[in-house]
Design a protein around this ligand. Structure first.
Ligand SMILES: C[S@@+](CC[C@H](N)C(=O)[O-])C[C@H]1O[C@@H](n2cnc3c(N)ncnc32)[C@H](O)[C@@H]1O
Length: 315
């Protein structure tokens, strides 16, 4: 069964590097269509581990010839309702096919939004009269991607987008509500305050820890308690309990792994979202240790760059 990996925009080098170091595959194993990497050599993926730096993976994609836009749309529609395209050329032709398919909302989203649980297929025109298509793709997002409508005025850093996306995905994975006005959250590595700002927008109380202070508006917010401290040396039984524990600390992943295990063992939170910052070469064994924590997910977000996001929820 073939597969095709679609890299995040401008991150195909990261995908290539992951395929080499994690799956022992060379670029020559693939046929490359823009950011889409197609292979029939599926043995490394038989265990259903797919690359993090693919925004979606098309499972068992097939080639299909067609004469007209109408014929292509009719062909896809006969398979299922939901389709999104990834295009690297033939943009106009591809949009015309998409327009003839049942409506999919591809507009930038406002936070929060719900990721639909219905399956969405992926198609790509590889020449004027031939497409690569797959009715099954690993991501529930259209072509594995979305963007938020951005707020350029209020958040103290762009990092707020990362937490918004992580929360949307968290709700999708665990079918659990977002933090709200009843929630008490620990934000580790909070400065200048993008994540704390998101949590305050949701009405939560926040315990924010960093070596540097947050922006003034958050320092003056009576629902934000700030502590200037190393977030990792605070003892779990001396603070909290917390509804959610977050970390966006820049640190070695080993240190983060020890810390999340302490929180899990403490029983003093049921929800965690942490950025795994990569320093140089990625230690895949270490990423695997995060991924193998029961009830957790490791994902690369649309708003992550050279980092991954780990999330965990205990019922
Ligand atoms: C990427 S920034 C966080 C951005 C923040 N999440 C936001 O939304 O604005 C990483 C932060 O981690 C902090 N940091 C690094 N090591 C830390 C530690 N051991 N304890 C607490 N904060 C730490 C840095 O001071 C820095 O502000």
């Amino acid at each position: 069964m073939p597969v095709a990996f679609l890299a995040y925009p401008e991150m195909s080098q990261m995908l290539v590097s992951e395929l080499k170091s994690r799956f022992n595959m060379e670029l020559s194993d693939f046929t490359v269509y823009g950011d889409l990497f197609y292979t029939e050599n599926v043995s490394p993926f038989a265990c259903e581990k797919y690359p993090y730096w693919a925004r979606t993976t098309a499972i068992n994609p097939k080639f299909q010839k067609f004469e007209s836009i109408g014929e292509a749309a009719k062909f896809l529609k006969a398979i299922q309702r939901n389709w999104a395209s990834y295009q690297f050329s033939f943009f106009r032709r591809s949009s015309l096919i998409q327009e003839k398919l049942p409506f999919i909302n591809l507009k930038p989203k406002s936070f929060p939004f719900e990721i639909p649980s219905s399956q969405i297929g992926l198609f790509t025109l590889i020449d004027e009269n031939k497409m690569l298509y797959s009715e099954t793709a690993t991501s529930p997002l259209p072509s594995g991607y979305f963007q938020f409508i951005e707020d350029h005025e209020n958040p103290p850093s762009r990092a707020y987008l990362k937490l918004q996306e992580a929360l949307v995905r968290f709700a999708y994975f665990y079918k659990t509500p977002l933090p709200d006005e009843k929630s008490y959250c620990f934000d580790a590595g909070a400065c200048p305050g993008g994540w704390t700002w998101v949590l305050r927008q949701l009405g939560s109380r926040v315990f924010a820890v960093d070596r540097a202070e947050l922006c003034d508006s958050l320092m003056n917010d009576s629902s934000v308690e700030f502590l200037k401290h190393d977030a990792f040396t605070l003892e779990t039984d001396k603070i909290g309990p917390f509804d959610f524990v977050f970390s966006d600390v820049i640190c070695y992943p080993e240190r983060l792994l020890n810390w999340v295990n302490l929180w899990i063992e403490s029983g003093r939170t049921k929800n965690m979202i942490c950025t795994i910052k990569m320093q140089g070469e990625i230690d895949w064994d270490l990423v695997e240790k995060f991924a193998s924590i029961p009830d957790s997910h490791v994902v690369h977000l649309c708003y992550n760059k050279h980092e991954l996001t780990w999330m965990w929820h205990k019922d």
